[in-house]
Design a binder for this molecule. Structure first.
Ligand code: DAK
Length: 258
């Protein structure tokens, strides 16, 4: 059985499952291979409107890089793992459609970093987040220090990365790490949100994601200028014509993504 499963749900939703439940879905090279394959498939599929990523087994999203596997790597193998792992994480962050991480149970170390590479994190009531790498004598390596500081600020990023402590769903929401805390089934909630996204104008959704990600590190003036250009680009799409016509004619829009 593959370490990463891809399932297509109706309405252009992709469900990506990290599938090593016996090791709490820890990331070894088979997970990196699986993610690469899934990303290659999805990147070239224009019918995908949104994706949800989850962990198999109900106990963890991903409990980090696979420590038992990683400890015996040679320096060359470790460098290969690091390079391919970072590339995969970057490619997830750059997917053109929105991705939601549905976190039930542990999202630790590389698992927390993987979740932060998505656009939104939904946390179930039992979700636990942390960057415990310092307890193992290493530091986050999938850009976790950088994505965390951008999400929660340096005061809290330093607290989490230096102590390695775990936090629950409510604290993760309070500090701005997660978008929503879900009382019931987190996967169901994430799929429902993905469905809602998928019913919006597909080009607008992609451009909106770009507007936020590509400009969040720029100064406000340049970022607003970039937003203006993307806003203008929307007016070259039939989705804009249809969306506004549907509003005026008091009917549901039927978007084509063109
Ligand atoms: N790796 C390998 N196996 C793991 C694992 C992990 N990260 N986490 C859990 N497991 C395995 C356990 O060994 C156990 O296996 P068996 O003994 O049954 O064979 C099984 O999953 C169930 O775990 P537990 O029995 O420990 O379950 P508990 O409920 O008691 O505890 C736990 C759950 C999540 C609190 C605990 O398992 C735990 O502390 N796990 C380790 C969490 C952790 O430290 N994660 C960070 C790993 S370091 C890099 C990029 C990124 C990284 C590195 C390099 N480069 C680009 C260079 C990332 C590093 C990390 O993520």
């Amino acid at each position: 059985m593959s370490s990463v499963l891809l399932e297509r749900r109706e309405g252009g939703i992709a469900l990506i499952t990290i599938n090593r439940p016996k090791a709490l879905n820890a990331i070894d090279i088979t997970v990196i291979d699986g993610l690469e394959t899934v990303i290659n498939t999805l990147s070239s599929d224009t019918s995908i409107r949104a994706a949800v990523m989850c962990g198999a087994g109900g106990k963890a999203f991903v409990a980090g890089a696979d420590i038992a596997w990683m400890r015996d790597l040679t320096p060359i193998q470790a460098e290969t793992f690091a390079g391919r792992g970072q590339a995969v994480i970057d490619r997830i962050a750059s997917l053109p459609f929105p991705v939601i991480a549905a976190v039930g149970g542990f999202a630790l170390g590389g698992g927390c970093e993987l979740a932060m590479a998505t656009d939104m994190i939904f946390a179930g009531p039992d979700a636990k987040f942390g960057q415990p790498e310092v307890k193992l004598g290493v530091i986050p390596g999938f850009a976790g220090t950088q994505r965390l500081v951008r999400r929660v600020g340096s005061a809290i990023a330093l607290d989490l990365c230096l102590t390695g402590r775990m936090i629950g769903a409510d604290e993760a929401f309070t500090i701005g790490l997660v978008s929503r805390v879900v009382e019931g089934d987190v996967l169901e909630a994430a799929l429902k949100a993905a469905g809602k996204i998928a019913r919006n104008g597909p080009v607008a959704v992609r451009l909106c994601k770009r507007a936020i990600h590509e400009n969040m590190d720029s100064d406000l003036k340049s970022a607003a200028a970039a937003e203006r250009s993307l806003f203008g680009l929307c007016f070259a799409t039939s989705d804009q014509t249809e969306g506004m016509a549907a509003f005026v004619e008091k009917r549901k829009a039927s978007f084509t993504g063109e």
